[in-house]
Design a protein around this ligand. Structure first.
Ligand SMILES: Nc1ncnc2c1ncn2[C@@H]1O[C@H](COP(=O)(O)OP(=O)(O)OP(=O)(O)O)[C@@H](O)[C@H]1O
Ligand SMILES: Cc1ncc(C[n+]2csc(CCOP(=O)(O)O)c2C)c(N)n1
Ligand SMILES: [Mg+2]
Ligand SMILES: [Mg+2]
Ligand SMILES: [Mg+2]
Length: 332
C-alpha cells in the first residue's frame, strides 16, 4: 500500500527481499517481527554500523558494495562465534545527497549476500539524516548450546592460525584512495576491500570439530585482534612474521608504492578473516580437514604462559607488537 514518501520508499526497499525461512510468525509490516526460535540452539546477536567518510567514500565504494560489506562485517562476527546466521534488521539514515535509487542498490548488495547465507531481512528503520549516509545491520544467528567459539579459550602450547591472506583490504583502500587510476591492475585488492567474503563455513567447521578452539574475526587489524585474544585468555602470543600469509598482489603493490606490507597486516583491518588457536595435537587434524575441504588455514604462531602480550618473532628476535589497529576514538 503506497501512503507517502517514507512508506513507499520502505516498500520499494523490500520489493526484492527473499524469505529464507519457514519460522516467521509475524513478518515485516507490524511494530516488530516475530520468529520461532530453534528449540535446541542458543541465539547469537551482533551489530555493525558503516558511516560515510569513516567506513567508505563515494570514491572508494559503489552502493552495491556498501550493502554487501555492511552485511559481510556482521556475518564475520557470527562466523567468529561459529554461528549460523539467520535474521537481519537494517537501519538507514539517508542525507539529501543520496538518491533513493542508490539506497535500493545498497539493498541489492545486502540481498545478494543475505541470499547466499539464507539470511532473511526481518525489518529495520528508515530516517532522514543531515549529512553522511549511515547504515546499521543487526544480525541474529544460532549456535548449538555451549558451543560458541570464544576469545578466552587460548592455552599455553596452542598454535595460532589464520584463514586466508591478510592485508589485502587495507592495500585495496590505499590503492583506491591514492592511485585511483591504477585499480584495474590490482582487482583482488579492490575486491578484498569492497567485497570481503565472511568466513561462515570455516566458523561452522571449527565448531563441528568439537575441539577446544579460540576464535576472533580480523576487523581492526591482526595486532588488535591478537591483543584481544591475549587479554581475554590471559596468555602471551608469539607470532612468526615470516609465516603470515600474504597475497602476491599485495606484496607486488606494496613494492610498487614503497610501503611496508606488514603495516597493512598488523594495523590495516577489514580483512574479515578468522584468527584462532587450537592445541598442537588438534592442529594436525584441523589442517588435514581444511585441506580436504579446500579451506586455507595457516599456522602463524603459538601461545606461551605469561602476562597478556603479543610478540613478533623474526629469525629468533622477538619484539612486542604495539596494540595498534583501527580505533574510532584513538584521539580521545
Ligand atoms: N554502543 C555499544 N553498546 C553496547 N555494547 C557495545 C557497544 N559498542 C560495542 N559494544 C560491544 O562491545 C564489544 C566489542 O565491540 P566491537 O565493535 O569492538 O566488536 P568487534 O567485533 O570486536 O569489532 P568490529 O566492530 O570492529 O567488528 C562487543 O561485544 C559489542 O557488542
Ligand atoms: C574512506 C575510508 N577510510 C578508512 C577506512 C578504514 N576503516 C574504517 S573503519 C575500519 C575498521 C572496521 O570498522 P569497525 O571497527 O567500525 O567495525 C577501517 C579499517 C575505510 N574503510 N574507508
Ligand atoms: Mg563492532
Ligand atoms: Mg569481531
Ligand atoms: Mg572495530
Amino acid at each position: 500500500m503506497i501512503v507517502n514518501g517514507e512508506f513507499s520508499f520502505i516498500h520499494s526497499l523490500l520489493a526484492h527481499r527473499q524469505i529464507q525461512t519457514n519460522r516467521i510468525e509475524v513478518d515485516v509490516g507490524d511494530d516488530a517481527a516475530v520468529v520461532v526460535p530453534h528449540p535446541n540452539r542458543s541465539l547469537v546477536m551482533t551489530c555493525d554500523t558503516m558511516v560515510e567518510t569513516i567506513h567508505f567514500l563515494r570514491e572508494t565504494m559503489q552502493p552495491f558494495d556498501i550493502g554487501w560489506k555492511l552485511l559481510a562485517s556482521n556475518l564475520s562476527d557470527i562466523a567468529a562465534m561459529g554461528g549460523v546466521p539467520t535474521y537481519a534488521l537494517v537501519s538507514v539514515a539517508v542525507p539529501p545527497s543520496w538518491a533513493l535509487a542508490e539506497i535500493e542498490e545498497i539493498y541489492h548488495g545486502i540481498y545478494t549476500l543475505a541470499n547466499q547465507y539464507q539470511v532473511t531481512i526481518m525489518g529495520g528503520d528508515t530516517v532522514k539524516a543531515p549529512s553522511d549516509l549511515t547504515l546499521t545491520i543487526t544480525l541474529l544467528g544460532e549456535i548449538e548450546h555451549g558451543q560458541a567459539l570464544l576469545r578466552s579459550s587460548a592455552k599455553p602450547g596452542d598454535i595460532v592460525f589464520v584463514s586466508g591472506v591478510l592485508g589485502d583490504s587495507a592495500a585495496g583502500l590505499h590503492l583506491l584512495l591514492n592511485h585511483p587510476t591504477k585499480t584495474e591492475h590490482f582487482p583482488k585488492l579492490v575486491a578484498a576491500h569492497c567485497r570481503p567474503q565472511p568466513q561462515i563455513e570455516i566458523g561452522r567447521k571449527l565448531v563441528e570439530t568439537g575441539f577446544r578452539l579460540t576464535c576472533d574475526d580480523i576487523s581492526d587489524g591482526l595486532a588488535q585482534e591478537a591483543w584481544e585474544i591475549a587479554r581475554a585468555s590471559q596468555v602471551a602470543i608469539v607470532l612468526d612474521k615470516d609465516k603470515i600469509p600474504l597475497s602476491h598482489s599485495m606484496v607486488q603493490f606494496a613494492k610498487k608504492v614503497q610501503k611496508d606490507p606488514y603495516e597493512w597486516v598488523w594495523f590495516g583491518g577489514e580483512d574479515y578473516q578468522l584468527i584462532g588457536t587450537v592445541s598442537q595435537e588438534n592442529w594436525v587434524k584441523l589442517k588435514q580437514m581444511a585441506k580436504e575441504l579446500g579451506f586455507c588455514l595457516t599456522r602463524i604462531g603459538h601461545i606461551e604462559t605469561g602476562e597478556p602480550t603479543v610478540k613478533v618473532n623474526l629469525g629468533g628476535t622477538c619484539m612486542t607488537l604495539p596494540q595498534g589497529g583501527y580505533n574510532h576514538f584513538a584521539d580521545r
